[in-house]
Design a protein. Structure first.
Length: 343
């Protein structure tokens, strides 16, 4: 593997609350200092990433989208018990997508396509018909999905109202989102203010807020739903607050709001791969033309191991402690978005 993001869904899998469970397999953990080995039932995490083909079996079939060659960049679509958080993975070609002629797109950009970028893309395209000038209101706007959504909306002529949590660096984050194309940035606490209601009305004029995009849930998400125009749609793709939403009857009766869930993994299962490739081609074109930039992420550098038969690199105790600390920080609840970069 070259890069592998650490997504909220990965953390949910570790916590045991994600609907898709990774199948455990028998792994051998070997201490290359003492040469002692221990077998254990476990799985390797990670559901997204980009790798490079090192070797191909003599009878290997093609990849999902055609021939596969040594040196190709590939995206695993099915990771099984050995996920993308690994230096090297044995994969069946039928589970891989090859990216060709994409030298002007970074591996970090390719590595974010499958989950974050595709989730943003599909929610803007699949939930409700949006026309140029229509508004989308979203929370978690500084998340990976949120940042891509802002940029896609800008490219497609939609407007965005973006909600982020109250934080000491609110103004800095606001400026960063505005630089991506955000039309309006609000804090969660502002949602319940009458002044904010009037501010939003003045801002949108005669336009409609047709779509609400929610990854937080809880009371602030309900407050956000109140901003939707009549016959609007409210889609939930996450629940970072880990709190339920109590939807007022008035939103159903008088505003006829439709509430839906969205899970891009389900879309992949139900859709012909040709639709995946078409979407990724469009996203890659946006990356290469600088119409889309990836979320800023903190790299966790993972030392390479000599493959396949040379003695592997052995980390010093200090290197191991530093690596363990980086991983723990990345998996903590308040961590910035991180990814493994295999060097």
């Amino acid at each position: 593997m070259l890069v592998a993001p650490i997504n909220p869904s990965d953390k949910n899998q570790i916590e045991g609350v994600y609907p898709i469970k990774k199948a455990s397999t028998q792994l051998e953990i070997k201490n290359y200092i003492t040469q002692e080995a221990e077998k254990t039932e476990a799985y390797v995490g990670g559901n997204e990433g980009i790798g490079q083909v090192l070797a191909i079996g003599s009878s290997a079939p093609p990849a999902l989208n055609g021939p596969i060659s040594v040196g190709d960049y590939v995206m695993p679509m099915s990771t099984g018990s050995v996920g993308t958080w690994a230096n090297a993975v044995h994969a069946h070609p039928s589970s891989l997508v090859v990216f060709r002629n994409r030298s002007n797109v970074t591996v970090e950009q390719l590595g974010s396509l499958k989950v974050n970028a595709s989730t943003s893309y599909r929610m803007l395209r699949d939930i409700v018909q949006l026309n140029p000038g229509d508004y989308v209101i979203q929370n978690g706007a500084n998340s990976g999905v949120g940042q891509v959504l802002i940029q896609l909306a800008r490219n497609w002529g939609f407007k965005t109202i973006n909600v982020i949590r109250d934080r000491p660096d609110f103004e800095q984050v606001k400026k960063e989102l505005e630089s991506l194309g955000a039309d309006l940035v609000l804090s969660e606490s502002e949602l319940s203010n009458k002044e904010t209601v009037q501010k939003v009305k003045q801002h949108i004029g005669t336009s409609q807020i047709k779509l609400g995009v929610n990854c937080v849930c809880g009371k602030s998400a309900v407050q956000m739903a109140r901003y939707l125009s009549e016959n609007g749609y409210f889609v939930t793709y996450g629940a970072m607050a880990k709190q339920p939403m109590a939807i007022p009857a008035a939103l159903f009766i008088f505003k006829n709001i439709t509430f839906k869930g969205y899970w891009v993994s389900k879309w992949y299962k139900e859709t012909d791969p040709k639709s995946w490739f078409s979407m990724w081609d469009e996203l890659c074109d946006m990356f290469s033309s600088n119409k889309l930039v990836e979320q800023k992420m903190h790299p966790i550098h993972v030392p390479s191991f000599n493959l396949p038969s040379d003695s592997p690199m052995v980390l010093t105790s200090e290197e191991q402690a530093s690596f363990d600390h980086s991983v723990t920080e990345a998996l903590s609840s308040g961590a910035k978005k991180s990814y493994f970069k295999f060097i």
